[in-house]
Design a protein around this ligand. Structure first.
Ligand code: GUN
Ligand code: ZN
Length: 406
């Protein structure tokens, strides 16, 4: 398979650029990346197309795909009224399997080929979602949401049961694979001390990815402090052994400089989710301050609090959020890099996020209907701000065609 167009290049540390050329896919890998003139006989693309590494979404909830846009309530009320009732449906593993497949196909249609995803508290549903990921070819981690308090009774489990179940998922989907289970304490509020500590031990034993939420809203921060004897929110995770280079914390809005340094010292990642933050009116994350304290940032859709499946739109929301709080304006080329190589590097997926020979062929082909290659404009900025989902014509995951428009 030979695909021609403008190659999205991530060779600069902080921004993307483009150059004309072509990519050859062989089996599940990128076999050739050539800048310069493309052969006349190509299977897809053209000079005004963009060939991009597949997008990576570092924070989303698979069981929440049917509730995007439902009730823009404050976080804790939204969980109670919208989220938990929808997550309850994953008690039926067949329902979960079908929904996970539908969610992944939808992600492919938006060019997302890598995910860090939450399932529900249900072990069978989580296993079904992991199996769907293996079958469909999406890359990433999926974790059983661990909850043993402060959620409806039927969505809580005893801590030892949760740890046994997640252990079994890690046995079957070990870290390091294209699809792996993750240790996913939902947030400190839904976990006892015992559960957090056991989750920290399990993650360390297995070198597993940890996912959780941190400091998304002020009432959440106050409740966490009440539950954990006034501890700083980030220290609750640190003391449980959950703050490591393998951990990804969604939101991270209400953190002090000291909290951010704690994260930076441990190498923990902050997943910025700008669309979810505006939907739940959570507040705006100070991206520059977070970066300047040395925290590694990723970007995520946070579906279903996030209302956008497209990482291009989430990238645009990152720019808009930054400008709304008067931060120096991140340029679109920085956002394009973030949703590809930036997220990949933060997750330690060294072979993702680049058009590179030998890398898994996780690719997107974009055919804009605007003359984006004009001489006097920043072409990547034009694409991001004028973005139209209909431009995305193909998505390949591990070399297989995962989406084709029409
Ligand atoms: N905090 C705990 N659970 C959730 C969730 O499902 N979504 C968001 N946005 N925040 C959370
Ligand atoms: Zn979330």
């Amino acid at each position: 398979m030979l695909v021609s167009g403008q190659l999205l290049l991530n060779d600069l540390p902080d921004r993307a650029r483009t150059a004309p050329g072509y990519v050859r896919i062989e089996g599940d890998q990128i076999a050739e990346v050539v800048t310069g003139e493309a052969p006349a006989e190509c299977d897809a693309g053209g000079p005004a197309c963009l060939i991009c590494p597949g997008f990576i979404d570092t924070h989303l909830h698979l069981p929440q795909f049917d509730m995007q846009g439902a009730h823009g309530l404050p976080l804790l009320e939204w969980l109670e009224r919208s989220t938990f009732p929808d997550e309850r449906k994953w008690a039926d593993a067949d329902y979960a399997a079908a929904m996970a497949e539908r969610a992944m196909r939808r992600l492919f249609s938006h060019g997302t080929t890598g995910i860090c995803a939450y399932s529900t508290v249900h072990a069978d549903a989580t296993r079904a979602a992991l199996q769907a990921a293996c079958q469909l070819g999406i890359r990433g981690v999926i974790g059983q949401s661990l909850m043993d308090r402060n959620a409806p009774d039927d969505l809580c489990r005893p801590a030892d049961q949760l740890i046994d179940e997640t252990t079994s998922l890690l046995d079957d989907f070990p870290p390091g694979g294209r699809v792996a289970a993750a240790v996913t304490p939902r947030f400190a509020i839904s976990c006892t001390d015992e559960l957090l500590a056991a989750a920290g031990r399990l993650a360390a034993e297995r070198d597993a990815t940890v996912q959780s939420h941190l400091a998304e809203t002020i009432p959440e921060c106050e409740w966490a402090a009440d539950l954990f004897g006034g501890a700083r929110y980030v220290d609750i995770y640190r003391d449980a052994g959950l703050l490591t280079e393998r951990s990804i914390y969604g939101h991270c809005i209400y953190l002090s400089a000291e909290d951010r340094r704690t994260m930076a010292d441990r190498g923990a990642l902050a997943a910025h989710c700008p669309t979810a933050n505006s939907f739940l009116r959570a507040g705006a994350m100070d991206r520059r301050a977070t970066l300047s304290e040395g925290v590694t940032l990723t970007l995520g859709s946070d579906i279903g609090a996030g209302y956008e499946a497209s990482m291009v739109r989430v990238g645009r929301a990152m720019i808009e959020t930054a400008s709304s709080i008067g931060e120096s304006f991140p340029v679109a080329a920085e956002a394009w890099r973030q949703i590809t190589a930036g997220n990949a590097a933060a997750l330690g997926w060294q072979d993702a996020g680049h058009l590179r020979v030998g890398a898994p062929a996780d690719l997107v082909l974009i055919e804009p209907s605007v003359p984006w290659l004009g001489a006097n404009v920043d072409p990547l900025s034009m694409l991001m701000f004028a973005w139209d989902d209909r431009w995305l014509t193909h998505c390949w995951a591990r070399g297989e065609l995962a989406y084709c428009r029409g």
